[in-house]
Design a protein around this ligand. Structure first.
Ligand SMILES: [Zn+2]
Length: 215
């Protein structure tokens, strides 16, 4: 597989973080997908049907973001419209992870809104959390709904589906997903009785991460 204009070490880095996302339990089997943008207006995205936890170089699609042209002959994830829309809406980020971790996805299935501010990492690293109703996966309609929410936050809950998170760099993006799953687990394990960080504390904590608190 050749990736025009993408250095070998960038392919290795993409694979490393796909494996990390799997190892950290952020998705099972073929659910979830990862993308990463480059300065030339292209992005890498995991291939349709691929398992992030065991991804290899033949399962990475190279795409031109503005028109969706496939540059290396590998079919991208079915959620390509969502990834392209987020990349267009958020020029400040370069990495997107669509995941489906158990506790967070459980909360995405509940009818009521959830306040996720039960651990300091939520306001510090994630900020506000968006939410969209059930919309068919892989559709442009879902891409548009998520694209609208992601303008004001970096993580969106998709009802009956999973989560999408974006950030600058692989590490910070994956970290947001892990902390979100931890907060969701605490909320569920406490029977939804976990105390919420007081509002003034949340506001102060958001300032801790001034470089990436677009929420
Ligand atoms: Zn999906």
């Amino acid at each position: 597989m050749t990736f025009r204009s993408i250095p070998e070490e960038e392919i290795s880095r993409f694979i490393h973080w796909a494996h990390e996302a799997g190892r950290l339990g952020l998705m099972m089997c073929s659910s979830g997908n990862l993308s990463h943008r480059f300065d030339d207006g292209s992005m890498l995205i995991s291939a349709t049907g691929s398992w992030l936890g065991s991804l290899n170089a033949d399962q990475i699609s190279h795409i031109r973001i503005d028109d969706g042209t496939i540059l290396n002959g590998v079919r991208p994830s079915g959620e390509i419209a969502m990834h392209r829309t987020i990349m267009e809406q958020r020029p400040d980020i370069d990495t997107i992870l669509h995941f489906q971790s158990p506790a967070a996805t459980t909360l995405a299935c509940l009818p009521e809104e959830t306040n996720y501010n039960v651990i300091i990492e939520v306001p510090v690293y994630i900020g506000a959390v968006g939410r969209v109703p059930f919309i068919m996966p892989c559709s442009q309609m879902l891409a548009d709904a998520v694209g609208h929410e992601i303008k004001r936050c970096s993580l969106v809950q998709m009802q009956n589906h999973g989560q999408v998170v974006c950030g600058k760099g692989y590490e910070s993006t994956v970290q947001k997903a892990v902390f979100f799953e931890l907060a969701s687990t605490i909320i569920l394990k406490s029977g939804k009785r976990a105390l919420i960080i007081p509002e003034e504390g949340v506001e102060q904590l958001k300032q801790y991460n001034a470089s990436d608190h677009s929420c």
